[in-house]
Ligand binder design. Sequence first.
Ligand SMILES: [Zn+2]
Ligand SMILES: [Zn+2]
Length: 343
Amino acid sequence: MDFLVLFLFYLALVLIGVVTICICSKTHYLRGLVRGGAQVISHIIPECLQRAMRKVLHYLFHTRNHTFIMLHLLLQGLVYAEYTWEVFGYCQELGFSLHYLLLPYLLLVINLVFFTLSCVSNPGTITKANEFSLLQVYEFDEVMFPKNMKCFTCNVRKPARSKHCRVCNRCVHRFDHHCVWVNNCIGAWNARYFLIYLLTLTASAATMAVVSTVFLVQLVVVSDLYLETYVDDLGHLQVIDIVFLIQYLFLTLPRIVFMLGFVVMLSFLLGGYLCFTLYLAATNQTTNEWYRGDRAWCHHCPHVARPPSAEPQVYRNIHSHGLWSNLGEIFLPAAAHCAEKMN
Ligand SMILES: [Zn+2]
Ligand SMILES: [Zn+2]
């Protein structure tokens, strides 16, 4: 009982934490919270340790590195190893359909292809050669993306919807975000790969969660476990309930139950993020635009010149032209081909 309560409490805490961060990130609360948290930590942790932590965090999140790619592959490898080693064999013994059991592998292959494409593809780097053609792609809204802005680091004029990525040190066309998991920017030319990567990753986690759950339920049914009784701490004979059953399964098949807990949590987190990404794709917004939407003038890159006459205005999405057109823009990015040819 104690273990299950603690596990559910932990799961709820993680999910609430993620949802809170998502809600707060749209407001100023998150920055306040982070600043407050950092102040509290600075009083507790010694200065040398803080410096080391700052260096590690800077390396992880502000430089291009392969740490999260390795972590991603390691976690994926561990989950698939456990699935192959235990779940697959047991399920075959219980007479599961082979098509059903092979689905996670098919999703893995597709996922790895699109993961690689997301990692290595050009997200839409703006160069002197393609600057002119990319300037024609999107209309300037004069609020978030005014005309005649220049990036002095890249020495290019900034097309509408572009942004300078400080991690990659380049300006990216239709900049969405910099993703540490693929160690690359997500922009106009690789948003389609990233979307399919995210879709197949969520699907593989959800498929594994379903297969493992069905396997455990089958196991309980086949072995008539639910009809058994046990003696409790007070010496009374009790009929097995769901809580006892889960604990029993955890003790007898710890790796499978642990993996199930992990893929269930992952399915919820990735599912939530996938819904958000699909919402952005359907409404033709980038994460950058969604994030800066209600404070259009507040987050300009210091390297970028701001027209002196500009005054704060309310940002309005002018790029949405209906669901299919918006999705088409993700999968067939405008001017990608002609700009690629010019490179
Ligand atoms: Zn730039
Ligand atoms: Zn980047």
